[in-house]
Ligand binder design. Structure first.
Ligand SMILES: Nc1ncnc2c1ncn2[C@@H]1O[C@H](COP(=O)(O)OP(=O)(O)OP(=O)(O)O)[C@@H](O)[C@H]1O
Ligand SMILES: Cc1cn([C@H]2C[C@H](O)[C@@H](COP(=O)(O)O)O2)c(=O)[nH]c1=O
Length: 238
């Protein structure tokens, strides 16, 4: 039986500091979901579309001749997000495709809010404009001590404009992510990313399977409700 018309496609985001394993584990989750016959796309922020990737390049490239202002950084992040949502995320969800996204607005709250010290109220206002009402259904926060993530990121290649920030910046960013998880316990699932990769993936697998079960329950309920409505209509006609 096809469930495609009743189960809502899921928007799942992966969050966390530098080098915690988001890209590695998002691919792992893609394979898990595809094995279950679910249509999935993987994307990232900032980026994910041609225009949003151009904005990403500007945001990440090492300092220009002038320092990028914090507000300019915030607006660029949201410009990229507006493009990404309208051109890629929303259409994919509407055609029933699950979207796995490497970073989203929780990163803005953590980096531009907690890290740079910009007002969370301003971030919320921009979010309302840029996201077209789209919110993550589930978020996996990969959490690890900063030295663990930075060590992995450094081993991977040269640092970008964010990665050259100081330890106190990343401490505030981590604090920001953990505060979001505390405030949204239903949506945000914290995974201990300092563990061996095999253990991280055991934890993720069980959380993803749990989510698929929850969705199937919603789906079965929707099918049952449709059946009951049809029976009711039939008996009213008799
Ligand atoms: N649990 C783990 N244990 C050891 N190494 C890991 C683990 N998870 C990821 N790695 C390695 O750490 C490096 C960074 O991982 P990855 O690129 O997936 O992180 P990321 O969170 O996407 O990083 P960034 O945000 O900086 O792009 C990679 O070389 C990856 O193979
Ligand atoms: C979405 C988003 C991202 N950032 C920062 C965080 C990272 O340093 C880079 C993205 O690169 P990565 O390969 O995913 O690590 O951008 C940010 O500051 N604010 C945001 O909203």
């Amino acid at each position: 039986m096809s469930h495609k018309n009743t189960a809502p496609a899921q928007f799942i985001t992966f969050e966390g500091g530098e080098g915690v394993g988001k890209s590695t584990n998002i691919e792992f989750c893609r394979r898990l979901l595809e094995q279950q016959g679910i249509d999935v796309i993987v994307t990232r922020e900032p980026g994910g579309t041609e225009i949003a990737e151009i904005i990403r390049d500007e945001l990440l490239k090492k300092p220009h001749n002038e320092r990028m202002s914090d507000v300019a950084e915030l607006l660029l992040v949201f410009a990229a997000r507006a493009q990404h949502i309208e051109a890629l995320v929303k259409p994919a969800l509407e055609r029933g495709c699950w979207v796995l996204c490497d970073r989203f607005t929780d990163s803005t709250i953590a980096y531009q809010g907690y890290g740079r010290g910009l007002k969370l109220e301003t971030i919320n206002q921009l979010k309302t404009i840029a996201q077209l009402g789209i919110e993550p259904d589930k978020t996996f926060l990969l959490d690890a001590p900063i030295d663990v993530g930075m060590g992995r990121a450094k081993a991977r290649g040269p640092a970008d404009r964010f990665e050259i920030e100081q330890l106190d910046f990343f401490s505030r960013v981590r604090e920001g992510f953990l505060a979001i998880a505390k405030n949204s316990p239903q949506r945000v699932c914290v995974i201990n990313a300092a563990q061996e990769l095999s253990q991280v993936q055991i934890d993720l697998k069980s959380a993803i399977e749990q989510r698929v079960l929850e969705i199937q329950t919603v789906e079965i309920h929707a099918i049952d409700t449709q059946k009951l409505d049809a029976q009711k209509r039939k008996s009213e006609q008799q």
